[in-house]
Design a protein around this ligand. Sequence first.
Ligand SMILES: Nc1nc2c(ncn2[C@@H]2O[C@H](COP(=O)(O)OP(=O)(O)O)[C@@H](O)[C@H]2O)c(=O)[nH]1
Ligand SMILES: [Mg+2]
Length: 418
Amino acid sequence: MPEKVISVGLILPELTRSVAEEHLDELEQLIRTAGGDVLAKVLAKRQAPDPATYVGSGKAEEIKQLVAYHDANLVVFDDDLSPAQARNLEKIIEKAKVIDRSGLILDIFAGRARSREARTQVELAQLEYLLPRLTRAWTHLERQAGGIGTRGVGETQLELDRRIIRTRIAKLKEDLKHIERTRETQRKARSDAFTVALVGYTNAGKSTLYNRLTRGGAEAANKLFATLDAKSQKAAFEMPRETVIIDTVGFIRKLPHNLVASFRSTMEEAVAADLVLHVIDHSHPQFEDQRAIGDEVLRDLGVEADRVFEVYNKSDVLGDQPRLRRRDAVAISALTGAGVDDLVEAIRERELLGGEVMHLEIPHEESRLAARLHELAQIYETQQTDNGTRFTAWVPRDAVHLFEAHSAGSLLKPARVS
Ligand SMILES: Nc1nc2c(ncn2[C@@H]2O[C@H](COP(=O)(O)OP(=O)(O)O)[C@@H](O)[C@H]2O)c(=O)[nH]1
Ligand SMILES: [Mg+2]
């Protein structure tokens, strides 16, 4: 049975009501993803969050009434609450649990983590989120229990818990390092492939596009964070070079920073890609905001703008094909496939950009050079001749000079004698 939830947000001076409402809609999607059912939404207009209760004590009383009316068991706040705010709100609201946005997102991640890496990353983020709150929560309990003697007991218990958590955090960090090393080795093993990473706001359509560009297998769903593991697979299209497509976990507004930190390694793999496709849900009323959040994350991760290509997805919803002003962008529908050919063409162009397609004839006695070619180039075709081997190959720009002497020009002409 889904939990019965009331969601709460603020309209601060810098937000219009409609934007605040869209933020609450997003929160509702997160709540649904976590298995909750939103029965009522509360928006409070304020100059600033109330330090004691976030919404103000009047609103908090109102929420209490709503909880009773709907028989709700959970109240979710769209911003992070300080441990004191959470505690005060719990006291006022009484009958329902109180959690904040970070707590909710961590909960979703915990429920969706599958691989060892994702589970390790999420547990690490959860413990780091818990640690500072643990302190205050205990202080709170101590005060409640009161009386002589409880303090010492509390302190001891608190120290013990903290120590256990810190030890666990250290262990998880160690595990992650190990997992990252393995990942690094795997990455090196396929380093001559051209890698294309799909990044973007959650629900933008990354996994749907991934399935279209590869043989599929990624879960695409109208849920936030359906994907937690960076999946990768060879492109199912004929490409100039061996091409690997990487699907990634999405971004979201106000992602808990512990989570960002622990998912950094997953993102870094994507960020090391030769080409980063920034997938944007063009049909979303807030797509510009979402794109800006994506840009910010990419900048933080150190991705240069010239490696990023914008993909405006869900063009089918928009009806008339929107005109894109940017040159380094395409409009597609990952759902219907419209525009995907243009995207593939754009990827092809990028792949070819860093080198040249060469026709070569390498004599038998130059077997070392032929071996170099196999190492450095992407070979499309080989053909044995009396003198040696003819190749059609894509050669990275900085290696072209090694083979130029053996350029066969047109395949019909004999190799140039140099
Ligand atoms: N109308 C429409 N829906 C799409 C398109 N691409 C993805 N979706 C839907 O958007 C939702 C999220 O897609 P998903 O690929 O899981 O997004 P991700 O979170 O970025 O991986 C799913 O319900 C998809 O069916 C598209 O081009 N048009
Ligand atoms: Mg996905």
